[in-house]
Design a protein around this ligand. Sequence first.
Ligand code: FAD
Ligand code: NAI
Length: 328
Amino acid sequence: MTLPIAIIGTGIAGLSAARALKEAGHLVQLFDKSRGSGGRMSSKRSDAGALDMGAQYFTTRDRRFVNEVQRWQALGVAEQWQPQLYHFKSGQLTPSPDEQIRWVGTPRMSAITRALLDDLPVQFGCRITEVFQGQQHWSLLDADGGSHGPFSQVIIATPAPQATALLAAAPKLASVAAAVKMEPTWAVALAFEHPLDTPMEGCFVQDSPLDWLARNRSKPGRDSSLDTWVLHATSAWSKAHLDLPRESVIEYLHGAFAELLHSAMPAPSFSLAHRWLYARPAGAHEFGVLADADLGLYVCGDWCLSGRVEGAWLSGQEAARRLIEHLQ
Ligand code: FAD
Ligand code: NAI
């Protein structure tokens, strides 16, 4: 009997690995603690429509990723986004157009991982707490005491701190993952009945608690009747205000947004805040993938490469490539 390969995490890295393995004829079984796929590339359904609270857009530099994004475009789940970009520095808001091509999922960011997941077997709402080796195969335990297996190999595709906790069977990999620190981001969505009086659709921010803001509704395919915005705080502000109540985070970042626009901003008709605890790696790494091929254990994710959507996808490809290579 051919045993499936377990993949923990249905973010872009886990799904990238899963698709490559399936195409090579392997069986996979995915697990995610969340209710749906996408991880940091997911969107939140809300009364103001779907909101991209994590990844805002992505750029393509590597040829393999360029080809994959073209495939997503052909499937109708990705389109270019050409926002009117601004830059805010030392209290000055200035237009900042550029030539960069930026992509988004359509009609929401999570459409991409939904398409990748397709009919792959997955268990959602399943937080894996232990990965252990029995006689020549792997088993997983979940937070509700359930056990899963047997599996021939395991790919862990989670942020570094969550991967570290699952790497008791491979102390060397665990110590590499443990050395990768990840920083938080507070994200706030605001929706206004009447459109704000600004042509701005995206803004890179400096010298403020804010790092970035986007007019969510300006992305292709978004159908909200409200003027929806997503605000991201800097890592430093997020770290310093990690345990602030959600309402206070909303109030603070709403205030910073008003300051940036130099206007008395109306109260939003809808707001929500989301805390990403492991939003981005604190430093740059070029692992590609962490692997103990003899054991049959692989670790991938954005933190193994660029800390961006592209890096996560490439890292998943690398995990699949190394695993397939070892089996040949
Ligand atoms: P994740 O998306 O984090 O996926 C990991 C998955 O593992 C999650 O679904 C999680 O639920 C699951 N999981 C974790 N632990 C367990 C467990 N124990 N058991 C089961 N499941 C588990 N990138 C860009 O390129 N452009 C941007 O504009 C951009 N903006 C961003 C803004 C924010 C606020 C954030 C947070 C990230 C942003 N990024 C951006 C980064 C981008 O989102 C990530 O690089 C990418 O989505 C990471 O994918 P991943 O698969 O490596 O990890
Ligand atoms: P990119 O090339 O658009 O941006 C890279 C960086 O260049 C920006 O952060 C910004 O500082 C600068 N920049 C780009 N265009 C600019 C313009 N027109 N005017 C002024 N500054 C400009 O995209 P790339 O390289 O794909 O990066 C992805 C984005 O995702 C970055 O902005 C990064 O900060 C963000 N990100 C956010 C995370 C979070 O947790 N908040 C996590 C990971 C990525």
